[in-house]
Design a protein. Sequence first.
Length: 277
Amino acid sequence: MPRVSIGRSAFFLETPRGRRFCLDTLPSSPVVGAMLYFPPFAEELNKSRRMAALAARAFAAHGWRVLQPDVHGCGDSVGDFGDADWQGWIADMADAWRWLTARTPGRRVWWSLRAGSLLVAECLRSAGQIEPPELLLWQPVVDGERHLRQFLRLETARQMLAESDASTAAAGLRAALERGEAVEVAGYTLNPALARGLSAARFELPVGAGFKPALVNMIEAGRQAGAPSPALAALAAKAAGVHLHQVPGAAFWQTQEIAEAPTLIEKSLAVLEGSCS
């Protein structure tokens, strides 16, 4: 499909839980379909904003209308991160999807990065009788409990603790959450409700729902493509219609400096246009 000019606008989506900031990127020519972005968790969201913006513009240039919402307590949306809860984030994404699909004809795609895949799975389970969307999942997280443990370790890394002390400190943070106390992790206030929701989340596709997902598995820049992670390989093996791709590129969601991975965008466009399986 030839590239087209695009437009971009920012607005606040009114929801029962407050105003949610959204970026709406759309082509000037007839729209191929609607694409909703499910963002990653905490600092990975900030690290990946540039790549998400580049991808949204590239997708729009190929005919997609892309909506990028900030959920409660993130970005420019109202509220504090420390007051956010998992169910509220699910509701935020559902409201954004209703807004987008009411205004956009054509195909339906949910695009996620990292822990955004956990929100995708939750929304699929709670969406009811919606038209099954196609899924474009960037480096999907499949286990919320493991992702939470990795997040808690950020605080021990920030404090530059020895391995034994780091394990004790991480266990202390988890114990505080289980006592109902909020904890500070790398500048973020994590409350027990959000931690419980993330910990319980798993990425699993509804059986027999007719979804057409495309998994894009990232690897570090400069390395040869090797075996995919066991969790993603197992998911691709057991779910019909799942395609697992590997591309070289920087792990931009966790690099010290803001990084780009143009090959990931190129592969995603090929997947969306059906020239890659």
